[in-house]
Design a protein around this ligand. Sequence first.
Ligand SMILES: Nc1ncnc2c1ncn2[C@@H]1O[C@H](COP(=O)(O)OP(=O)(O)O)[C@@H](O)[C@H]1O
Ligand SMILES: [Mg+2]
Length: 142
Amino acid sequence: MAILKKEYHINKNDFLRAGEASIKIKNVLKSLDVDPSIIRRVAICGYEGEMNVVMHGGNGKLSLEINSIHIILDISDDGQGIEDIELAMKEGYSTATDEYREMGFGAGMGLPNMKKNADEFAIDSAAGKGTRVRMIFPLIHR
Ligand SMILES: Nc1ncnc2c1ncn2[C@@H]1O[C@H](COP(=O)(O)OP(=O)(O)O)[C@@H](O)[C@H]1O
Ligand SMILES: [Mg+2]
């Protein structure tokens, strides 16, 4: 059973507010005295996931759920989806435009880093059907 659930909207191409949801979840976890190394892992995954929605996805949301033993991050969008998930998961693979690359994005490390930093990682996506990434972390207090 969830003891806390927060949801934040993410808007496609909104670079002014991009990253806000990740900052908010970081503050929630800090206020709950979660272990800093866990906060760091959740924050990396939240930020990468949020940026992917802004850059590649559509409108979407980030949800943070905490129960007695886990932190669950669920990031979804209604965008174009991913045709080849295996390819998208490869380190260095990116479809970022030149414009995004000039802004410093497009290293193709977001999804691999999310997988690395989460205890459990699941991605659901199909062309035209949007994308959903779900990640689970242990709830450890400092
Ligand atoms: N939410 C999403 N919607 C559509 N495509 C996505 C989404 N997230 C990731 N992708 C695809 O997967 C690729 C790899 O993502 P990622 O590893 O984060 O690298 P980067 O964001 O640097 O391109 C992206 O370039 C894009 O093609
Ligand atoms: Mg990315």
